[in-house]
Write a protein that binds this ligand. Structure first.
Ligand code: SF4
Length: 239
């Protein structure tokens, strides 16, 4: 029986090409120094290996490919679209909400309903557009009736958000609402106490504020959000 040959995945092919380029660069450098050949010790091989691992940053496309037509939790059953995230893959600021709503599920894009329009206006007020930032959610499929996601659903989905944040490497995260703030910070502290201050997520400055959908129901909280956004704008412009 003939053994089947597995094609390289995009990720392996990219890594292999980076390794080849790195080795070529190293050999050229040694040639420039007058060396006719290179003897690599175990240690230098290990150093090269470490460097390759350091450079193994995933792209958002790789993460989305890996997510695929995800069936990792029960939420896949009721969804129309997975809402992966949208915006600038090199954004300095990532906004993280809770989960897609009705409009988001239909369009496959985050924050496109009424709350999304308010978010666009909030961003504009601090001199940013949606193209400047990256917008996503803790959970990528709409929970039926907009119920709160269950812990097993969060457990299945959150690794993809962690990988997205690692790939984008933003300087700031704005956590929109209780659920996003508490999940990213691993706390049960109420959003009313978390908001208004910078916290840290994996070395990234994280500012929690109220969710735009909450603001639509509680317009009196707009002043708090405006104060939070001014803090964010000041830090963002200095960074
Ligand atoms: S919510 Fe996340 S883990 Fe669950 S099916 Fe959707 S993409 Fe997969």
């Amino acid at each position: 029986m003939t053994e089947s040959i597995q094609p390289y995945s995009d990720k392996s092919a990219r890594l292999l090409s980076e390794i080849i380029e790195d080795v070529k660069g190293y050999l050229k450098y040694m040639k420039g120094l007058g060396f006719a050949g290179v003897a690599l010790s175990e240690n230098s091989l290990r150093t090269l290996d470490d460097r390759f691992k350091e450079n193994m940053t995933e792209t958002l496309d790789m993460i989305q490919n890996d997510l695929g037509n995800c069936h990792r939790c029960i939420l896949h059953k009721g969804r129309n679209h997975i809402v992966f995230g949208a915006g600038n893959p090199r954004a300095k600021l990532v906004l993280v909400g809770e989960a897609p709503g009705y409009e988001e599920d239909i369009q496959g894009l985050p924050f496109v309903g009424q709350a999304g329009q308010l978010l666009t206006r909030i961003l504009r007020a601090i001199g940013l557009t949606r193209e400047d930032v990256y917008i996503c959610n803790i959970i990528k499929c709409r929970p039926a009736g907009n119920r709160n996601p269950e812990s097993d659903e969060i457990g299945a989905c959150i690794p993809f958000l962690h990988r997205q944040l690692k790939a984008i490497k933003p300087k700031f995260i704005c956590a929109l609402g209780t659920f996003a703030a508490q999940t990213l910070l691993g706390t049960k502290t109420p959003i009313s106490q978390l908001r208004g201050h910078f916290h840290t997520y994996e070395g990234i400055h994280l500012l929690p504020t109220y969710h735009p959908a909450f603001l639509l129901r509680n317009p009196s909280k707009k002043r708090d959000v405006w104060e939070d956004m001014q803090k964010l704008q000041e830090a963002y412009e200095k960074a």
